[in-house]
Ligand binder design. Sequence first.
Ligand code: NAD
Length: 438
Amino acid sequence: MTITDFPTTASGVRSPIPDSPATTPGERALAAARFQLAEASRFLGLDDGMHRMLATPRRSLTVSVPVRREDGRLEVVQGHRVQHNLSRGPAKGGIRFHPATDLAEVTALAMWMTWKCALVGIPYGGAKGGVAVDPATLTTRELERVTRRYVNEILPLIGPEKDIPAPDVGTDEQTMAWIMDTYSANAGYSVPGVVTGKPTALGGSLGRAGATSRGVRIAALQALARTRRSPEGATVAVQGFGKVGALAAQYLADAGCRVVAVSDAGGAVVRPSGLDVAALRAHAAETGSVRGYRDADPLSHDELLELDVDVLVPAALEGVITEDNAPRVRARLVVEGANGPTTPEADPILAGNGITVVPDILANAGGVIVSYLEWVQNTQAYSWSAGEVEMKLRDLMENAFRAVAELSAERGLTLRQAAHAIGVGRVAEAHRMRGLYP
Ligand code: NAD
């Protein structure tokens, strides 16, 4: 089936989901993203032409990345950069280094970036990149070579006015520094605005490092406030203890919540009376995992998602709350730090059980918001204080949350449906205003 065929699903939603079953996690993520778009398109009354345009990435580039290993062997891995939509401004989105990443996953993540940027009102389209490597198996020098070669291959696509990468799973400030340097070396002058999430020494914004996690905290506290629940003593479980999850746990603990369980790829730990998140972060930094932390009991990955807590923060990968385990989720609130952690099949099960989901494109938008602020500072060769950055982050997050909550209440939508309706609607409006060239 091609993208031009739009089957009607059982729910009556016309959708470009291919009828061949999605087999990789990436294909399932793309099917989920397209399902959400189809729902939003139907709600907004978009015509088929507009729907097809929004379902289709503007540009997708797949590249071979040859890498010389330390022992002299040559390996070749695949990389991708997808620009899903450019109607509201340059493309924006992170770069993921993960062995399972594929073109479908990168396309789904790029599509979510488009709606996210529109939802929070920043002038970007959506993009994403991925390289199918496991950073844990590479030396720092190998990682640097992979990064620089990948950037060299996608060079024609990126640039401060075209497409601005940022960190995602498996990449960090150092990766962004290498990207900036490779791009600048090719340009012949320093171009800090080509990438965000850089070290502050290279023009990175104050407050970018924990921005996604602070956004998660803002979203969680807003959602708790809507149910008149104080953060004081609210119990929290966090899946994923990387850049987003570890600091989300820390900031929620700082806000008075009781973080009772966390997990990472290596294992999960639980302590019903509350974990010392700072000590756990130190343990994970030292050993590479939360596993084995002595002031807690071990837990299985699956059990963590099913704990009886006030707030569950999935902050690892896509498709972890599914129709299989959703009936057993007992959290009152799910705040999606990760992109796409809940499948479309799981959503109605959670809603039916009275569980509120703050969707990814809202809950984890703090990262791209401060990325935008970094890019604005870079393009003006100026920098704001941490306080100024925090105030702007808070404003944009709270405005987006309010708009989503209001539409949800007015029209009887879930927060995810409302968030997509706003994001997709703004992008469709930009297309309508621009018209079609030629
Ligand atoms: P990261 O690589 O820093 O951390 C990922 C974490 O997930 C690691 O702790 C890893 O061990 C853990 N993990 C992997 N598989 C797991 C499993 N099966 N069970 C439990 N934990 C597992 O990545 P990150 O930047 O923190 O990104 C996490 C999620 O947040 C992704 O979905 C990403 O797209 C999303 N996100 C990140 C940012 C950002 O600024 N970094 C912004 C918005 C959204």
